[in-house]
Design a protein around this ligand. Structure first.
Ligand code: HEM
Length: 151
């Protein structure tokens, strides 16, 4: 199916705003207060409301991103060859996407279930939040290089 590249890019940018903006709100707006008050519920309350929209935006980012890459001639067969500037952007983005997924799995299985009983887990949660936010900002900066020819 063909979808106009500009439309894919607009959907990609709206989703990037939601994903990166949401994580920046959490990391900069909510996390410092939660650490200060040692109150993990400030984080879990935000996550409960943000998760459906955040996860949907990540799915849209992956679908539109891979679709735009395909329109640039960079399909799965060319990933991870690091042989041309645009393909390098796509390959690094996919590696960072995997890192995001690993952070999410680790938070859901190793950290969040223990926040109520083990206060020290709050610091591990902080590490996960800052990690995913930093990776999100890096993905956004990487994306912006495409219009300058790649990396
Ligand atoms: C958290 C995830 C992501 C964020 C925050 C993000 C963000 C961005 C941003 C801000 C742009 C800049 C567009 C512009 O300068 O006009 C962009 C472009 C792009 N992204 Fe992503 N992106 C993400 C994930 C992905 C993934 C998983 C892929 C595919 C492998 C991908 C592929 C692309 C491509 C091909 C472009 C260039 C589109 C164009 O300029 O025509 N992105 N991205």
């Amino acid at each position: 199916m063909y979808m106009h590249h500009h439309l894919l890019l607009i959907l990609h940018l709206i989703s990037a705003a939601i994903w990166v903006g949401g994580h920046l709100c959490l990391a900069v707006g909510i996390l410092p207060g939660a650490l200060k008050k040692k109150d993990y519920t400030l984080i879990t309350q935000f996550e409960k409301r943000y998760e459906p929209i955040g996860m949907s935006s990540l799915v849209v980012l992956v679908v539109t991103g891979m679709w735009m890459a395909l329109q640039f001639g960079i399909g799965p067969g060319r990933w991870f060859s690091f042989s041309n500037p645009l393909e390098r952007v796509v390959s690094v983005k996919i590696i960072l996407l995997l890192a995001t997924v690993l952070f999410a799995i680790s938070a859901q299985t190793r950290v969040i279930p223990h926040l109520a009983t083990r206060p020290k887990k709050l610091y591990e949660m902080a590490f996960h939040i800052i990690g995913v936010t930093t990776i999100g900002v890096a993905m956004l900066i990487l994306g912006s290089f495409v219009r300058y020819g790649g990396i």
